[in-house]
Unconditional design. Structure first.
Length: 522
């Protein structure tokens, strides 16, 4: 990087902070901070949903998969995400919006106390927060890895720089700042992605052009959709995982649906995000598929290939723009995750831990939300320094094995609890499926993995916990139905639109009192 690239990068950071400061004026209470007061237009929600779904891991971990295996990086990652979100636009997005518009909650998990019970809500809240700390830690490590390639600064310095800038704008501006910065980041990464795409196209003339390049020895097998550990079982498991994860199971995407004015707008935002996930990653992945022709990775997993290619092909200025594109993805995801976890802690966890938290005023609640956001970012940055340790191994291991493997047991009770078809599944089904899923993850990744020659294949490491949780949630619901009139009424409020007194179920503070809201009883 030279002075021109640094100017682009510093200018980007300044704009992000300025947006956060401007957004501060739009945040008057906790609802504004966590759900934009339900005033976010569908197109902004859709772009925000898309941008908050991936990070610099795409340009490191998934770039390594593209470098090694080719198009399977798209077939087994962004394609199932696009399909999952498209399904979720009908199945989940409208219902998640009604959590805010009809139950008047500000956290995606806030409704679980009445849908199941306090114990289930707390189990999902704590495990979800801990998983998100690890997940976001991997994102900080990914962007710091890229920054170190271009600037030579250490990983810890890179983590600190990106974390502090993200913390400033998302802490003072809340979800409005997240969405508006993500809109700007979308424009930036659009320009950066196209610059890289055309730069690589210009290099393909000596290799047979766009169509003939696939015959090059370095790309043998790269056109196969399912190769290596990324086979049919992995694809199907990933589709189910992403169906739950990207429609709200990992919390931050749920907020985008909740932020729209109504259920119809939430569905439209999901469809826009699905289209973006189907089309845009093709532009981003193409240079990665061509990377074996143009650079030789210095890392065994190929995770530095995209950064090396960027340095080689782009002039200064455009190089800075692409680096800004890396930052835009990471900061979008990490800021949205921080906001979601702050919502879960202040709305679901803190009131259970402290009687004082149950009596917070609007101002006190807003201060607590901002303090929690800072604390979450600090913890995730601390984890980021350990991502390449023996515990986690590397970035892609964290993202695929840990996050994908653990997400299912956490998300299934939350997501399926929204649907009428699973109304019989109550607290016993929810807590059992959650606990058994976590146990299955531990078994296939450690005791069983150590005793199987070559280890348990990756597709089973991520699919077995999900399958165990899903089967138990449905089976226990059938064998021990726990539907009650109060729980049924909550589900009806989430599955239908309409007016009437019963539709307006008031929010319930997530405290020690485990009663059902009066409007639900009536």
């Amino acid at each position: 990087m030279n002075s021109l690239d640094w100017a682009v990068l510093i200018g980007y950071f300044a704009v992000m902070v300025a947006i956060g400061v401007w957004s501060h004026k739009r945040v008057d209470n906790v609802s504004d901070f966590f759900t934009a007061g339900g005033r976010m237009p569908w197109w902004l929600s859709g772009i925000s949903h898309h941008m908050s779904g991936y990070s610099a891991v795409m340009f490191t971990g998934y770039a390594g998969i593209a470098y090694t295996y080719g198009v399977t990086s798209f077939v087994t990652w962004s394609f199932p995400i696009a399909l999952g979100i498209a399904i979720g636009s009908k199945l989940f997005a409208p219902r998640i919006n009604r959590l805010r518009s009809r139950l008047h909650v500000a956290s995606p998990l806030e409704y679980l106390k009445n849908r199941y019970d306090l114990k289930t809500q707390q189990a999902l809240a704590w495990s979800g927060m801990l998983l998100k700390i690890v997940d976001v830690g991997a994102k900080w490590a990914a962007i710091a890895t890229l920054l170190s390639v271009f600037t030579g600064i250490s990983l810890n310095q890179g983590i600190l720089i990106t974390g502090v800038v993200t913390g400033i704008y998302c802490t003072i501006g809340g979800l409005w700042a997240d969405a508006l910065t993500e809109l700007g980041q979308f424009v930036i990464q659009l320009l950066a992605g196209l610059a890289m795409f055309f730069a690589v196209l210009a290099e393909l003339g000596d290799h047979g052009g766009f169509f003939g390049v696939w015959d090059e020895p370095e790309l043998q097998g790269h056109a196969e959709p399912l190769v290596g550990p990324y086979g049919t079982v992995f694809l199907l498991a990933f589709l189910f995982i992403k169906l739950f994860e990207y429609n709200g199971g990992m919390l931050n995407q749920a907020q985008r649906y909740m932020a729209t004015p109504n259920a119809r707008e939430a569905a439209r935002s999901a469809r826009l995000s699905a289209v973006l996930w189907l089309v845009w990653p093709l532009v981003l992945f193409f240079p990665m598929w061509m990377s074996p022709l143009l650079v030789e990775s210095q890392k065994p997993d190929g995770s530095d290939s995209y950064a090396l290619m960027t340095e080689q092909l782009l002039p200064h200025g455009l190089l800075g723009l692409v680096i800004v594109g890396f930052f835009s993805h990471t900061m979008a995801m990490c800021s949205s995750d921080a906001n979601a976890i702050a919502a879960v802690f202040t709305r679901d966890v803190a009131p259970v831990l402290s009687a004082r938290a149950r009596a917070w005023s609007e101002r006190s609640g807003l201060i607590a939300a901002r303090v929690t956001t800072v604390a979450f970012l600090a913890l995730s940055m601390a984890v980021a320094t350990q991502v390449n340790s023996p515990t986690f191994k590397d970035i892609i291991t964290v993202v695929i094995k840990w996050v994908a493997g653990l997400m299912g047991p956490i998300a299934i009770p939350m997501m399926l609890g929204l649907l009428r078809q699973f109304r019989r599944s109550g607290p016993t089904a929810a807590i059992t499926s959650w606990g058994a899923g976590l146990l299955a993850f531990w078994l296939v990744n450690y005791p069983i993995h150590w005793n199987v020659e070559g280890g348990v294949p990756l597709q089973y490491q991520v699919s077995i916990p999900l399958a165990v949780s899903l089967v138990l949630y449905i089976l226990i619901g059938r064998l021990k139905p726990e539907d009650t009139p109060e729980r049924d009424l909550i589900i009806e409020r989430l599955n239908t639109d309409g007016d009437g007194a019963a539709a307006a179920v008031p929010a319930q503070a997530s405290g020690a009192d485990d009663t059902v809201p009066t409007a639900v009883k009536d």
